[in-house]
Design a protein around this ligand. Structure first.
Ligand code: 2P0
Length: 339
């Protein structure tokens, strides 16, 4: 039997965005958020961990390249899991002295607004918790690594509760519905740029919280008014309501980013053209058939039902006749499935 634990975790695409923390260190958000988890077979992170007496140091490899393991977030995750293992006496004392080697890779662009840290940390903490045999809420552990990672530990649609406890103990993710609930839901990811974004989400949200006048309205009024409605729309499989709320939240999130000083600009001209294209299509259909949403990057994520996929692909090819294979490749995103 091998002593290597390997885990895969999918990315998630928020439909009500997380943006802004009430506690930077514990990664506790200012607002609840909701996301759909994608099929891990196509866009996922894979992490393997192993602890052995022969290892001299904790070490980390990311996409085949040796990286420093000193990142505060990574250290916090390791520390927390080892503390839980001591508390729960889940492994023997000898094992706790072993150093750990971590190998993680993504099969999609890293840090280009495609939730790579979410999948990465969801994987990492699940693998480490398995290695150290600890029993705990995995979403809370993942949150310590990267906020949105807590939503990637469940399939289907997931809600991350901001919670109100100062220690973040109630800031956890829970499924809204599992992946079998809406079987014809599809996600198309349009890869516009696979380069690293210039303002990280962590930095961007800090600047926004500190400087944006519009942020207060988003946290106090807009998000609370949308969150229950979108969960209800998901439960009822009410696509037009779901889609309208998704687009409005994406638009507001980017407006809020633009109102930061200096502004956080994530959308490009191509992103804006996609927004126009979707509204053009929905207008022709006479009802909302497709929803766009953009994270902290230019890549578009389209939520739509399976019957719309061929029609939407034709429209995309009409609007973007010179789109490269890479752009098209992104269109083959799978249905949301259980992770
Ligand atoms: C989300 N994003 O809800 C939002 C929408 C980006 C835009 O969660 O500082 O990488 O690690 O908690 O989780 C990206 O933020 O930031 C994100 P940290 P994270 O998906």
């Amino acid at each position: 039997m091998t002593d290597i634990i390997s885990v895969i975790a999918p990315i998630n695409m928020a439909v009500i965005k997380y943006w802004g923390k009430r506690d930077e260190k514990l990664i506790i958000p200012l607002n609840d958020s909701v996301s759909g988890t994608l099929d891990p077979k196509v866009m996922c992170a894979k992490t393997s961990v192993c602890a052995r007496s022969a290892f001299e140091e904790d070490e980390l490899w990311l996409n085949g390249i040796k990286e420093s393991i000193t990142s505060e977030r990574l250290q916090n995750c390791l520390k927390k899991i080892r503390e839980l293992a001591i508390e729960q006496k889940s492994v023997d004392e000898e094992f706790l002295k072993f150093k750990v080697h971590i190998c993680s890779e993504n099969n999609f662009p890293t840090a280009a607004g495609l939730a790579s840290s979410a999948a990465g940390y969801a994987c990492l903490v699940t693998a480490l918790a398995t290695l150290y045999k600890v029993k705990t809420d995995i979403s809370a552990l993942a949150r310590i690594g990267s906020g949105s990672a807590c939503r990637s530990v469940y399939g289907g649609f997931v809600r991350w509760y901001a919670g109100s406890n100062p220690d973040g103990s109630d800031s956890i993710a829970k499924p809204v519905v599992d992946s079998s609930h809406w079987p014809d839901m599809r996600v198309l990811v349009l890869v516009i740029a696979d380069t690293k974004k210039h303002t990280s989400s962590t930095k961007g949200m800090k600047t926004t919280v500190e400087t944006s006048e519009l942020m207060k309205h988003r946290i106090q009024v807009s998000v609370p008014s949308r969150i229950e409605k979108i969960c209800e729309a998901i439960v009822k499989k009410d696509f037009p309501t779901f889609a309208e709320l998704t687009m409005k939240d994406s638009n507001e999130f980017h407006a809020v980013c633009l109102s930061a000083f200096p502004p956080c600009i994530y959308l490009t001209n191509t992103s804006l053209k996609i927004i126009e294209m979707v509204h053009y299509y929905n207008n022709i259909c006479g009802t909302i058939k497709v929803a766009y949403t953009f994270d902290a990057g230019p890549n578009a994520c389209l939520y739509l039902l399976e019957e719309e996929v061929p029609k939407m692909l034709s429209v995309i090819k009409y609007f973007f006749p010179f789109s490269s294979e890479d752009f098209i490749k992104g269109l083959k995103a799978p249905p949301i499935k259980e992770f």
